[in-house]
Design a protein around this ligand. Structure first.
Ligand code: G3P
Ligand code: MG
Length: 251
């Protein structure tokens, strides 16, 4: 009998993925951060996509603009025209002053021009999935070329279910901070490619169970290789890190 593992196409040609670009090397979720990741030699980046006013899609993590831009206020309500004027680099370092909050399309073009793979995390903090999911999928259909260099991930299971219903060939990663008891049913429901979880909550038994079911196992966010030394032995396939240079030997 063919195992599930044999059926999973191995799209990941990497053990290391930059987080929010490479958020210890450049201002997170900006093109500068993505380029900083590429400069380390890492071949995949994770970034967050966020729905704002008027159906705008930006690369951003927080529910408010305050921490990572020169602006303020609720991200979900932000006007795309206003967001495009904000500085998203100066908070990180004066050499990044003038860096912008990228739109999803700008990030897709940048990542492809660098020849990288993308783990696109759909954020859902206050946005309804009926608005963000189809809009993201439309942008991917138009601007992303190689489906084998794309993983769509989210903590929001309903969002991933909607992706699967609308575009079943996409590779999906279910995110968990703590892996719930019914993880297997959830992953089956969306024909998941991977389970992506917080490295410090993962146990050896959980890791082995995920691998036994044929899923890829990715862990976020470790910035010191010692923190996940055991995880490789447990079967972890990919580490998502703010600083890929800490895993240089694996790149
Ligand atoms: O995709 C892994 C990681 O990005 C999930 O958490 O909050 O950093 O987006 P967060
Ligand atoms: Mg993320």
């Amino acid at each position: 009998m063919q195992t599930k593992t044999a059926l999973v196409k191995d799209i990941l040609k990497t053990k290391v993925m930059g987080h929010r670009g490479a958020s210890l090397l450049g201002p997170e979720n900006t093109l500068a951060s993505i380029r900083a990741a590429a400069a380390t030699g890492v071949k995949w980046v994770e970034i967050d996509v966020y729905l704002i006013a008027q159906g705008g899609l930006i690369i951003f993590h927080d529910a408010t603009l305050d921490r990572c831009t020169s602006g303020s206020g609720v991200t979900r309500e932000a006007d795309p025209a206003v967001v495009s004027t904000l500085d998203a680099g100066a908070w990180f370092g004066s050499e990044f002053e003038g860096e912008k909050v990228p739109t999803l399309i700008e990030a897709l073009e940048c990542i492809q021009s660098l020849g990288m793979g993308l783990n696109l995390e759909i954020k859902h903090d206050t946005a309804d999935i009926e608005n963000i999911v189809p809009t993201v999928l439309d942008a991917l259909k138009e601007y992303w070329i190689d489906n084998d260099k794309l993983l769509i991930s989210s903590f929001n299971h309903a969002a991933l279910r909607m992706v699967f219903d609308l575009d079943p060939q996409r590779h999906l990663g279910q995110l968990y901070e703590d892996i719930p008891a019914d993880w297997q049913a959830q992953l089956e429901q969306i024909h998941a490619y991977s389970l992506n979880c917080y490295y410090a909550s993962l146990t050896k038994e959980q890791a082995q169970a995920v691998k036994a079911q044929g899923y890829k196992l990715m862990c976020y966010t470790a910035n010191d290789s010692q923190l996940v030394a055991n995880h490789w032995e447990w079967g972890m396939d990919v580490i998502i890190t703010d600083d890929p240079t800490q895993f240089a030997a694996l790149i």
